[in-house]
Structures are given as C-alpha cells and as structure tokens.
Design a protein around this ligand. Structure first.
Ligand SMILES: Nc1ncnc2c1ncn2[C@@H]1O[C@H](COP(=O)(O)OP(=O)(O)OP(=O)(O)O)[C@@H](O)[C@H]1O
Length: 289
C-alpha cells in the first residue's frame, strides 16, 4: 500500500506557532481525515502539501516524489477544495469555469455539467455573490471534473447545510470506490470522520498526536470512569488526560491492555468515542504545559 502524500520532518514557524517535525504518510486509495482544535495547524499543513506555503525545513513528496519539472503534472492530479477564495471574485461561475478548464488535460465537461446541476450552481452568478456553501460546491464541482487522483479539502463540510453535508459525504465515499483515488480532508466534525474516514490524523499545537486507522483507535484507547480513590501519583501517569469532578473521574488511557489490567475490576472501562479521544488528548497536553 503506497502513500500518495509523504511528509518528512516538515517544519514551519509563524511567530510563536510552529508546525513541528511532522513525518506522515497519507495512504493511496483511502479517505484520511485531518482533525484538531482551532489553530492546531491543519490549514498550514494542507497549504504546504498544496505548495501554497513553503516549509522552513523538511520534504513533501506527492505521488512518490515527482521532481520540480513535473510540478504541473502533479497539480493536475490534485483537486483542491476550500471555502477560501481562490477564484476571481468579479467573474461569474460560468466565466470562472471557462478560465479553469483549459488548465486540465483530463477536463470532463459532461461531469462538470452533472455536478453543476446536482449542486444547483447558477452559471450566471458572480463568485463574490456565492454563499460559503456554494463556494465549496463550486470548488468541488471543479475538483471532481478534472479526473483528480487526490482530493485535498480544507473543511469541506463547514458551512454546508445538514442535508448537503450528508450528500457530500456519500459522494466522497462513492468517489473512493475507484481504488486509485484518495482523499485528504480537514474537519472539526467527528461525525464526518465516523461516517467516512479510513484513517485519522490528529494534530494539536503543530504536532501529530496520532495518525492511525480509525478501526485501530478502538483497540488502542480506553476510557476509564471511577472513584477518585483510584487516582494516585502512579496511576495518574497512565492517563493521557483526566477530568475530575467532586465524585469521581473520567480519564483516557493510551494503552488499552494496560488500562484493563489496572482498572477492569475497580472502574468502568469503555471504548472512547473519537470526540473523547480528542478532548482528553488536548486537555492532557494543556495540563503538561
Ligand atoms: N500566514 C500566516 N501568518 C502568520 N500566522 C499564521 C499564518 N497562517 C497561519 N498562521 C498561524 O498558524 C496557526 C495555525 O493556523 P492554521 O490555520 O493552520 O490552524 P487550523 O488547525 O487550520 O485552525 P482552524 O481549525 O481554526 O481553521 C495559528 O496560530 C495561525 O494564527
């Protein structure tokens, strides 16, 4: 199984914030969700992969590492979706499409027309007058019409109404049925990940907390709920993060087998949801600051 994106020791600093020493592979043929709190560095990572921002250090390879001369061929294989305006505001949807289409050798006008209708995009509407959701739909229609092997999307579901959000996730699942296609998308919504992601990359404060197959997370983490008497200096150290109340505690452990050994008979041991894994991982790192 090969990687369609490979990052090696990538570093980028913006004043006090830094994406730090990220080494990561994004698997070809799968959907990878990138998640993390506000300001974690998701957009910075995506922009570096897209070549919109240069890393200070490190190496990023796409599709096995084409060199610079082949950069435009690599770009053709990527469909980028973002609500940030990457288009000319004053043009209409139709005019903008006419500008973009010739850049792609595999442009498929019939596919574009299909998505234009499905997404109810008005050809005569100016880009500046599109809502956030409509911009994403336009961006997506373009990305799906040029035969991209890899879709990279920065928060594609934010700003979408619940009905279209669901439709989009179904559409992406369908898209990936061709095993050569891959998707990397950032989101704040764990339901998106529960629904369609195969792999999850979780970033916090510029670092990768984990990059795992979704199924593997349930085998790795354990949520423990019990009385405070179970917490002492030694047991506390076993937790990624702990939330204490007057009556007891809830804590996430990163070693499920060890957790069950310690707490199976004295506490409630559960499989955490993705949201709980993220909550405690962020909370735990805050505690260590
Ligand atoms: N061009 C820039 N100049 C200076 N700082 C920047 C720039 N771009 C991003 N940053 C900073 O880098 C940090 C990470 O931002 P980034 O947009 O990558 O996070 P994010 O995980 O996508 O956040 P969100 O979920 O809120 O969209 C933030 O502190 C942000 O202010």
């Amino acid at each position: 199984m090969s990687d369609c994106i490979r990052l090696e020791h990538v570093h980028k600093s913006y004043g006090s914030f830094a994406v730090q020493d990220i080494s990561l592979g994004i698997k070809e043929g799968y959907i990878t969700g990138l998640i993390g709190p506000n300001g974690a560095g998701k957009t910075t990572l995506i922009q570096m992969i897209m070549g919109m921002v240069r890393p200070d250090r490190g190496d990023i390879q796409l599709f096995g590492g084409q060199n610079k001369e082949q950069e435009s061929a690599v770009k053709e294989r990527i469909g980028y979706v973002s609500d940030e305006n990457i288009y000319y505001e004053q043009l209409t949807v139709k005019q903008m499409k006419k500008v973009i289409a010739p850049f792609y050798s595999r442009w498929d006008e019939d596919t574009y027309v299909k998505y234009q209708e499905l997404f109810r995009l008005s050809p005569g509407k100016k880009i500046k007058d599109l809502s956030k959701g409509m911009k994403i739909k336009f961006s997506l229609a373009i990305a799906l019409s040029h035969g991209a092997d890899l879709l990279i999307m920065d928060e594609p579901t934010s700003g979408l109404d619940p009905v279209f959000r669901r439709e989009l996730l179904d559409l992406l699942t369908e898209h990936i049925q061709d095993e050569k296609k891959s998707i990397l998308f950032s989101t704040h919504n764990t339901t998106d990940l529960d629904r369609i992601a195969d792999y999850i990359v979780f970033v916090n404060d510029g670092r990768v907390v984990f990059s795992e197959m979704k199924e593997a997370l349930a085998e790795k983490y354990l949520l423990v709920k019990g009385g405070k008497e179970l917490l002492d200096r030694d047991t506390r150290r076993l937790f990624v993060g702990i939330r204490e109340s007057a009556h007891g505690f809830e804590g996430l452990m990163g070693n499920r087998a060890e957790g069950e050994r310690y707490f199976k008979d004295t506490a409630i041991c559960e499989t955490p949801t993705l949201e709980e894994i993220m909550y405690f991982s962020v909370k735990g790192s805050d505690l260590r600051v």
